[in-house]
Ligand binder design. Structure first.
Ligand code: GCW
Length: 674
């Protein structure tokens, strides 16, 4: 397949300089490379910014960018804020000595760069910037993407071709795509990139590899993106030649200390380490009867003097569960393991919690662990790459699902505690926290599909400001990527907003997770693949009923991991919201949902509806022919046609399966006519 885009200009940073020329000059106040980058970016959009700020062709306009400090010195007459939060910025437009002055002040040079991108975004959206004076700061300090790239150049769960970072066991010679990627990340305020797979990580701490990784850090640094590394907890043994990797062993502690010093000698501003341990075959502290806190703290103590952090993943579970055991439950694992450790983690550890208790399914309840860690820093992990969501061959704008999680009120301590405030550190007064998006980008247009980039964009915007609406983000992305034609903006925004509900309708409804091929590709329908194995993504569909009993009274007890108000709600099938019903309860097909339908009729209806919705996406897209970039048009046209067909496959597989299993006919007579 031919790559459709290789530079950031082909993503949402495009279409600059198309306005009629106003004489606008750009000036960076300091020599810092980030400010220089900011000036370069501004240069390309200077005319548009000046126009939107009310400059006219008679007079000169000036755009200046620098730190708050530099601005204050150079323009004492400007009314600047006293203080800016780290990574934050201030934008102002005013008349100075008869000429238009547009000023960008960053808390530091990274903030200045973010301010420049924000201004460009506003201009690209034709906002009126005449009396602009606004300060912005990010909601949370950790705003990272994770890449699951292997040294050989393959990318785990990547659907956009080979790695932009690695090939054949080495860092690639050509790192242009890496700096273009960093530029994209900077444009939405992402400040960290963990570049290698959490599986197969040991080789990355080899001396030669560290030298090579330093080149990646060099490529991303001018964009304010710090590199992070996934590490293997067994490294002291695997590459260090020690007999053990027991985290409390003094030799092991010494090894990590020396290794971390070596890492920082090569990459002085490394952001930190990400760890997957005791999970899906990865070694971990459990081998020695130690806890995740023991393991995390050894790394954290070694990293602390260098300013690095540990992102320790809570994705720890046993994938050899006994399917015949009605009490066994993978969903319980993260809380069971991490909740007892609350307060035991070093200050520079952040526990990284997947948004739901299973694994990036189409819909899951929000992880109860967010409410179960009050004395621990937390980050929410989500997937930008669409592992279970159609692998970029289906259009699924995931932001509405993320937003549902971010806004979700867990009622910890019986008070209002939305997830977005917990991970921002506000709820429990934690110094660190944030969002981590698994992107797994590749050489084919970053995510392999033009519209999938809306997800990367939305991730950055939400990590910066989780109170933005996802419609607004969709509209921003569309305007910047495809232009300001109102019909284009309306159509594409609507398509994006319809896409996740549509996917949900034709795949796994009512909390059944995805119903995909979970033991293999994670793609396409395979209802039985969830059952009869140790992976624990069970739906327990039989002839009479479907769903897993996770109540405290008769089930696995998972519902009891939530704070009291929610625990009560989920305990009872009658008060469990429809969209999560079968996640919490084993209910007969004839069970009446809160929306009035029976479970089985809902399965039929939602799948017919979902397939129609998928077809409609393709039809809506066709109305844009000739109105948008033809390359993007064609790339999406073929994908949407395919998606419409594949939605029929999904629909029929699931409808027929449940028809056979339950023996209950579709009251609308659609199913079964083959
Ligand atoms: O979703 C699952 C994926 C694995 C992944 C794992 C994880 C990196 O299927 O490919 O491994 O989650 O998050 O660790």
């Amino acid at each position: 397949e031919v790559a459709w885009a290789q530079t950031a200009d082909q993503a949402w940073i495009r279409g600059r300089g198309a306005h009629d020329p106003v004489d606008a000059r750009v000036r960076a106040l300091g020599p810092d490379p980030l400010e220089q980058r900011a000036a370069d970016e501004l240069e390309r959009g200077a005319s548009g910014i000046a126009l939107a700020s009310g400059a006219d062709s008679q007079k000169k306009a000036q755009i200046v960018v620098g730190t708050l400090e530099e601005l204050r010195n150079a323009y004492p007459a400007l009314r600047l804020p006293d203080h800016l939060v780290a990574d934050g910025f201030w934008l102002g437009s005013s008349i100075q000595q008869g000429n238009r002055l547009i000023a960008i002040a960053g808390s530091d040079s990274r903030g200045a760069l973010y301010g420049a991108f924000d201004l460009l975004r506003s201009a690209a959206m034709h906002r009126d910037l005449r009396s602009m004076s606004l300060a912005e700061s990010p909601a949370m300090p950790i705003r990272w993407v994770d890449e699951w790239d292997n040294a050989d150049g393959s990318v785990e769960r990547g659907y956009a071709g080979r790695s932009i970072f690695f090939d054949g066991g080495h860092v690639r010679a050509d790192l242009k795509p890496v700096s273009e990627y960093a530029r994209l990340l900077a444009s939405v305020g992402i400040n960290g990139c963990n570049i290698n797979n959490v599986n197969n990580a040991a080789v990355f701490l080899e001396p030669q590899m560290l030298k090579e990784v330093a080149r990646i850090a060099d490529a991303m640094r001018p964009w304010g993106v710090r590199v992070g590394l996934s590490v293997d907890i067994a490294s002291p043994q695997k590459i260090g030649g020690l007999k053990t990797y027991d985290p409390v062993d003094p030799e092991v502690i010494g090894w990590w200390k020396r290794k971390v010093d070596e890492v920082y000698a090569a990459i002085p501003d490394l952001a930190g380490f990400t760890v997957k341990a005791d999970s899906e075959g990865q070694p971990g502290p459990a081998s020695y009867g130690r806890t995740p806190a023991d393991a995390a703290n050894v790394l954290a103590n070694a990293l602390a003097p260098h300013g690095g952090v540990v992102l320790y993943r809570a994705f720890v579970y046993n994938h050899h569960l006994d399917w015949n055991d009605a009490k066994a439950d993978r969903a319980r694992a993260a809380y069971d393991i991490f909740h007892p450790l609350d307060g035991k983690f070093a200050p520079n550890v952040i526990v990284q919690v997947k948004e739901g208790p299973i694994d990036f399914q189409t819909q899951e309840p929000v992880s109860p662990l967010f409410a179960g860690l009050e004395k621990t820093n937390q980050a929410m992990e989500l997937q930008i790459t669409q592992e279970y969501l159609g692998q970029q061959r289906h259009l699924v704008y995931i932001a509405p699902m993320w937003k549902w999680v971010l806004d979700f009120d867990l009622r910890a301590q019986n008070r209002t505690t939305p997830v977005k405030e917990i991970i921002a550190g506000k709820t429990f007064d934690r110094p660190l926290g944030g969002m981590v998006g698994v992107a797994s980008v590749g050489q084919n247009g970053w995510l392999g599909s033009p519209l999938a980039l809306a997800n990367l964009y939305a991730f950055g915007r939400l990590a910066w400001e989780p109170n933005l609406t996802v419609e607004q983000i969709a509209e921003e992305w569309t305007r910047q990527t495809l232009g300001n034609d109102p019909e284009v903006v309306r159509t594409v925004t609507a398509m994006l907003m319809q896409s996740w509900p549509a996917y949900l309708h034709y795949t796994g409804p009512l909390g059944m997770q995805t119903l995909t091929d979970i033991t293999g590709s994670h793609y396409g329908p395979n209802i039985e693949a969830s059952e009869n194995n140790g992976w624990g993504q069970w739906h327990r569909a039989d002839h009479e009923a479907v769903g897993m009993d996770r109540s405290v009274a008769t089930g696995t007890g998972y519902a009891g991991q939530y704070p009291p108000e929610l625990a009560r709600k989920y305990e009872d099938a009658k008060t469990t919201p429809d969209e999560l019903l079968t996640f919490f309860h084993h209910v007969p097909y004839t069970w009446k949902l809160l929306d009035g339908k029976t479970v089985i009729q809902y399965i039929y209806d939602s799948h017919y509806q979902g397939a129609e919705e998928a077809a409609r996406l393709g039809q809506e897209w066709k109305t844009l022919e000739g109105k948008i970039d033809p390359q993007i048009y064609n790339e999406m046209h073929k994908r949407l046609e395919y998606q419409a067909g594949h939605a029929f496959v999904w629909r029929d597989a699931i409808v027929q399966y449940f028809l056979k299993l339950s023996g209950i006919p579709d009251e609308k007579g659609r199913a079964g006519h083959y």
